[in-house]
Design a protein around this ligand. Structure first.
Ligand code: DQA
Length: 152
């Protein structure tokens, strides 16, 4: 199956690489996206990436994603606060996979709250860069592509 996958990156993820590398790793967001784009391409998908520090821009990116088959979202701290982004994600018809580099459930109590859990098919957290790779794998499976379907 082919199609466009939207990757949404929320506030402060544009600082990856220099933002608390012990927690989030040393790769920049561009590096994550480049790696994921290549992996998506090899599976026959096209990646579209939108990063914003503004809640409304993320909401509009979800609304504009009418041509997207699926989405992967790391909403940053909006994960813990934004019912508005959750409402927007609820309207997206395809598979939605939430991703986090760190494991919010093992961190401060405010990160244990999630507004997105009810509007995503599932969440992958705590594996650093691998979280994104696993999210792409999950999206592929949810879209009906099995292992070995690469390039088909
Ligand atoms: C994060 C976890 C969030 O709690 C935090 O606010 C972030 C990054 C992650 O990828 O681990 O900005 O989403």
């Amino acid at each position: 199956m082919s199609g466009v996958i939207l990757v949404l990156s929320g506030p402060n993820l544009d600082q990856l690489g220099r933002r608390d590398p012990a927690l989030y790793g040393t790769a920049t967001l561009d590096e994550h996206v480049a790696r994921l784009s290549a992996a998506a391409r090899s599976r026959g998908y096209t990646l579209r990436h939108v990063q914003s520090n503004f809640e409304g821009e993320l909401i509009e990116a979800v609304r504009d994603a009418t041509d997207c088959a699926a989405l992967i979202v790391n909403a940053g701290a909006l994960t813990h606060t934004s019912w508005a982004l959750a409402d927007a994600l609820a309207t997206f018809p395809g598979p939605r996979v939430e991703v986090h580099l760190s494991n919010p459930a093992a961190r401060e109590p405010f990160r244990h709250v999630t507004t997105l859990a009810g509007v995503v098919e599932g969440s992958i957290a705590g594996f650093g860069a691998l979280s994104y790779d696993l999210a792409l794998e999950a999206v592929g499976r949810l879209l009906g592509d099995g292992p070995g379907a690469a390039g088909s």
